[in-house]
Ligand binder design. Structure first.
Ligand SMILES: [Fe+2]
Ligand SMILES: [Fe+2]
Length: 276
């Protein structure tokens, strides 16, 4: 059984498509269409139309976390789809902020109220645990941080009682497709670490074989040490396709490309792949 993956929104774009900072990936497996994230604004809806994809036909939406560059396209998608299940961790509603250097903090959380999204058709299913969409398609739920070297970036905060606290990003999750040719893991930002995410997918499914990892890896601004450890662990895991997007950053993308050669690809707006 094949998986078809179409990247609807990403920081860079293939010819003719729109790019914006953010991510949105549509996965089709066994007749079920799952939209992972929605980009920042309207590029996912726009690019889907260019790709001949009717977003009214998706079966559910998974939000990888609450950051606006993954949830900001929800309004446009819901306008096209209407009523649909939206699977997410309850912490997507925490007030999320980002700080860069000494600059002032910027709100980077969910840009819509729950009420507005529900009025447009969102039927939220909140869970801290994995959620099975079908027998072979599931979310990771909360991702344990076990690798020992993957940390959440220190410029991410939540505001509670008027004070900023480091954001534990408990809401960070990924989508797992458990196929006969191995696991396929679709990442949002992988704030909790790409290796932690993949190891969690293996533990949850009891399957060792990982065929593909696709999406944001959040290695942008990571130390060389972390990038090298990530490469070593991904090689040990033995993935056969690595499609990076979004918050991977140029430096890590270049290193991963060098190491993984033909296994590696840049997963941009307009990228369509069929696995295996
Ligand atoms: Fe994020
Ligand atoms: Fe992001």
């Amino acid at each position: 059984m094949e998986i078809r993956i179409a990247t609807l929104s990403e920081n860079t774009a293939n010819l003719g498509f729109l790019a914006e900072w953010g991510l949105s990936i549509l996965v089709e497996f066994n007749g079920i269409m799952v939209l992972v994230d929605t980009g920042s604004t309207f590029s996912a809806a726009h690019n889907a139309q260019l790709m001949g994809i009717d977003l009214a036909t998706i079966d559910c939406i998974v939000l990888s976390h609450g950051h606006a560059d993954h949830t900001g396209g929800l309004r446009e998608v819901l306008r096209l789809k209407g009523e649909v299940e939206v699977i997410a961790h309850p912490d997507i509603w925490t007030a999320k902020y980002t700080r860069r250097g000494q600059q002032s903090v910027r709100y980077n959380g969910m840009p819509f109220s729950r009420k507005e999204l529900e009025s447009l058709g969102a039927r939220f299913k909140f869970a801290r645990e994995p959620v099975h969409i079908t027998e072979n398609i599931l979310t990771t739920g909360e991702i344990p941080m076990i690798s020992g070297y993957e940390e959440i970036e220190n410029n991410l905060f939540v505001r509670k009682a008027g004070k900023l606290h480091p954001d534990p990003l408990a809401d960070d999750l990924a989508l797992i497709i458990d196929t006969e040719f191995g696991l396929v893991v679709i990442l949002g930002c992988a704030h909790r670490g790409i290796v932690n995410t993949v190891r969690h997918a293996q533990n949850l499914t009891g399957k060792e074989l990982v065929y593909a990892v696709i999406g944001g890896t959040h290695l942008v601004r990571s130390s060389e040490e972390r990038i090298e450890k990530t490469i070593a662990d991904l090689k040990e895991i033995g993935i056969q396709r690595l499609g990076v997007s979004h918050c991977t950053g140029f430096k890590a993308s270049a290193r991963l490309s060098q190491e993984f050669e033909d296994t590696f690809f840049m997963n941009n707006s307009g990228t369509r792949i069929t696995l295996p």
